[in-house]
Design a protein around this ligand. Structure first.
Ligand code: IPE
Ligand code: IPE
Ligand code: MG
Length: 265
């Protein structure tokens, strides 16, 4: 954006009442979003939980547009965890149906926005109709390059680590590698999406301050940001607030800050 050009989304910070200059924001390459709070959103409106999930799925479209606006390259959204199977059958069923419907309904819009779709999780254990939806959405969107939407579905960070360990154990058993040759880099190559960079920022709406088994390995050094807003209400202002917070973070990765490094020179 050129200097002095008006931002399309003029956001006023609650504290200082100053508009935010979008060009000064640090933009994460990879953003993770834990889409939580659908049930409470529905409860507040005396609606069934399934209505909350529907509103949450609709809001994913908004998130994609907003992330596209900021030029975020990868967005991973937590849609269904390996632990979510413990919910009542009717809710699990509604979530599966919504999943199928979503990729049929929104594909033309995803195409228009140039969004490639990928999935992460234990996809092979899902019902075959869901696996087919995943395959179709991935195949049909391969050529899109503006942004990659990664849907974490039947995803659990612990399961991902166990499955990577199984793949490595098989390679050791076959004599392809020795166990003492396994490095962090080699381990990461056996995770679900080894070519995707680690998330820089993980955000969770709904007031809960935990990661609930999301991107356990990949998120080891991610910045975390929490908001009380429920997922279906999470819009451009909340995303911008998260980016403002991220811009102020000093990512050290165990090293020193830029200032500390300068002081030592
Ligand atoms: C997130 O919303 C969606 C899924 C976990 C599938 P919830 O259903 O967890 O909503 P709350 O946390 O009960 O409000
Ligand atoms: C995390 O939300 C999983 C998803 C958003 C898909 P949950 O609602 O399942 O997490 P907990 O139970 O509050 O930790
Ligand atoms: Mg929840």
């Amino acid at each position: 954006m050129s200097a002095g050009e008006e931002s399309k989304f003029s956001l006023f910070s609650k504290k200082k009442n100053q508009s935010i200059d979008e060009s000064s924001l640090k933009i994460p390459v990879h953003l993770g979003v834990i889409m939580d709070g659908n049930g409470r959103w529905a409860k507040k409106r005396m609606l069934p939980r399934s209505a909350g999930h529907r509103a949450g799925a609709d809001n994913l479209k908004t998130l994609c547009k907003n992330c596209g606006h900021y030029g975020i390259k990868y967005v991973t959204v937590y849609a269904f965890s390996t632990e979510n199977w413990s919910r009542p059958d009717s809710e699990v069923h509604a979530l599966m149906e919504l999943f199928v419907e979503y990729f049929e309904k929104y594909d033309p819009e995803l195409e228009q926005e140039g969004i490639r779709v990928r999935f992460t999780g234990d996809i092979a254990s899902l019902p075959t109709n869901i696996q087919e939806v995943c395959k179709r959405a991935e195949e049909g969107s391969k050529h899109r390059t503006r942004m990659t939407l990664i849907v974490a579905f039947n995803y659990g960070g612990r399961r991902e680590i166990v499955q990577a360990t199984q793949k490595l154990a098989e390679r050791v058993a076959k004599g392809e590698i020795r166990s003492d040759e396994i490095t962090e880099e080699m381990f990461a190559q056996h995770l679900y999406l080894p070519d995707v960079p680690d998330p820089d920022l993980i955000i969770r709406p709904s007031g809960e301050e935990r990661t609930s088994n999301f991107l356990v390995w990949e998120g080891a050094y991610s910045e975390l940001w929490f908001s009380d807003v429920l997922w279906p209400d999470f819009g451009m202002n909340e995303l911008t607030e998260a980016l403002v917070a991220f811009t102020k973070r000093d990512r050290r990765f165990g090293g020193l800050t830029k200032e500390e490094k300068k002081d030592r020179e």
